[in-house]
Design a protein around this ligand. Structure first.
Ligand code: NAD
Length: 496
């Protein structure tokens, strides 16, 4: 068992704290490491060091900053399997899924290496006689990121490579439930040539996050996590005059029209609902069967019943355990509530066991039909391998249902009708739409564009929007006299 270090002022150091948080292997519930609750003095050191480093890092030419990202991308690829193994052990994800988590982050680093063209300003010559205007895109200063447990590689990599490529310095507070993956990312970042102090990593929970939300030296905060915490972060950060982007929870629907390909629908629903044990913010948790498509539910049940969870290195397992015993208990209690509120429990994942791992947080694939919008299993983000089937008569009814949801992260339609797909993508109030694609996560040259209660803020993660989030625009208007025609008299009113 090891103590997870802090990354402070360019050194990997043991915290002086007396408070430690257990990091467990969710397949066994054994404690595999301890994460420190960073002390106030250590938090201060991280903020001061990041502030000091900003003075020199912002002067580093943009092409040199981009080259750090190029080397980092190569190193992450070289260590892809090794990082995925650390990640799989602390999250329980299957090895292939853990590799996917790392890969999605590597793609953002690739994108960050293109930062120069995204930082180009605008120019207009002769905005007035012999007067020109140009704009520059400049970094903000010290930025902070607070990340969830469910993508411990991808989500930190959504944040610090983009912020740092833009010329900022960054303080990361990863999830206390799986902090070892982000620490490995930090080690490799230094190895890639990132100067010491450009990235700092602190650990802990609310107390440490509150320091980041209130310290005036922090200019911008990126957050990904649950709805109540996301709202708190947005409200507290903006009250403290910071720029905040806050990505929160979700309840994603997949709408199935009867003209869709049945087998594609079933495969997509099984993978997107129970993959990663349903612990994805873009997981499909509600299947909306329109009209005769409802007849496919028994075949969906058969397909889901064949899926089983297992250990990260069990090649026959489709997904791993739930992150903690507490989260597992919550999922099981929501399944009980679903049944009590009248939904039909077609597959019950409670009491699931895995050979050789009796203490893991296992939940089997769970399927409900006859779910209505009043039920808790429809309204709550369950964040487990639980799929709720809702039935509607028409596409219009399905669109209305989705649009009434307070969330707006992802949605999907399965159909063979271009007209229906066109109408759906136009009318749906959700930020990321899939057509015959169950989990439409945009690649990093776009942005991750959740809407409504799934996102608080305006500029989203990665893509051009991240560059806008992590920078400020400066507009310079200049006059250089090159002819005798220029007036040198004083002006007392705005010139027309
Ligand atoms: P969480 O909200 O419990 O924790 C997220 C982070 O906030 C952690 O670093 C945690 O230490 C910190 N935190 C927890 N409580 C806090 C408090 N009271 N004050 C300040 N900070 C606090 O989320 P989680 O369980 O780690 O992650 C799962 C959630 O993340 C799900 O709701 C999921 O939908 C969401 N998520 C959203 C997206 C997205 O892009 N919208 C992506 C991934 C995950």
């Amino acid at each position: 068992m090891k103590n997870v270090p802090l990354y402070l002022a360019g050194e990997f150091v043991d915290s002086q704290t007396s408070e430690w948080i257990d990091v467990t292997n969710p397949a066994t519930n054994e404690v595999i490491a301890k994460a420190p609750c960073t002390t106030d003095a250590e938090m201060r050191k991280a903020i001061e060091s990041a502030g000091e480093m900003f003075k020199t890092w912002k002067e580093v030419p943009v092409s040199e900053r981009a080259r750090v990202m190029l080397r980092y991308q190569a190193l992450l690829k070289e260590h892809h399997d090794e990082i995925a193994e650390i990640l799989a052990q602390e999250t329980g994800k299957t090895f292939d899924d853990a590799k996917g988590d790392v890969w999605r982050g590597i793609e953002v680093v690739e994108h960050a290496a293109n930062v120069a063209s995204m930082m180009m300003g605008e120019t207009v010559e002769n905005v007035a006689r012999e007067v020109d205007t140009h704009s520059w895109i400049q970094p903000l200063g010290v930025c902070a990121g607070i990340t969830p447990f469910n993508f411990p590689a991808m989500i930190p990599l959504w944040m610090f490579p983009m912020a740092i490529a833009c010329g900022n310095t960054f303080i990361l507070k990863p999830s206390e439930q799986d902090p070892m993956t982000p620490m490995r990312l930090a080690e490799l970042f230094e190895e890639a040539g990132a100067p010491k102090g450009v990235l700092q990593v602190v650990h802990g929970g609310k107390e440490q996050v509150d320091v980041l939300l209130t310290d005036p030296a922090i200019k911008a905060v990126s957050f990904v996590g649950s709805v109540p915490v996301g709202r708190y972060i947005y409200e507290t950060g903006t009250r403290n005059m910071k720029r905040v982007q806050s990505f929160a929870g979700a309840k994603n629907h997949m709408v199935i029209l009867p003209d869709a390909d049945k087998q594609q629908v079933i495969n997509a629903l099984v993978g997107a609902s129970v993959g990663a044990a349903g612990q994805r913010c873009m997981a499909i948790s509600v299947a909306v069967f329109v009209g005769e498509a409802q007849q496919w539910i028994p075949e969906l049940k058969e397909a889901m019943a064949k899926v089983r969870p297992g250990a990260w290195n069990d090649s026959g397992a489709s997904y791993g355990p739930i992150i903690s015993a507490k989260a597992k208990d919550r999922i099981e209690s929501l399944i009980a509530t679903g049944e009590a509120q009248g939904a039909k429990l077609l597959l019950d994942g409670r009491g699931c066991t895995v050979d050789g791992l009796p203490d893991g947080n296992w939940v089997g694939p769970t399927l409900f039909s006859g779910v209505t919008t009043e039920m808790d299993i429809y309204n709550e983000e369950i964040f487990g391998p639980v799929l709720s089937c809702v039935e509607t008569d028409t596409l219009g009814d399905a669109i209305e249902l989705v649009n009434k949801s307070p969330y707006g992260n992802g949605v999907s339609i399965f159909t063979s009708s271009g007209g229906a797909a066109r109408r759906f993508q136009h009318e749906i109030d959700v930020g990321q739409v899939g057509v015959n694609i169950p989990i439409p996560v945009p690649l990093p040259f776009f942005s991750f564009t959740g809407w409504k209660g799934s996102f608080y803020g305006d500029q989203h993660a990665y893509g051009k929007q991240a560059v806008r989030f992590y920078t400020e625009t400066k507009t310079v208007t200049s006059r250089w006299f090159s002819s005798e025609a220029t007036s040198t008299e004083a002006n007392f009113s705005i010139q027309l």
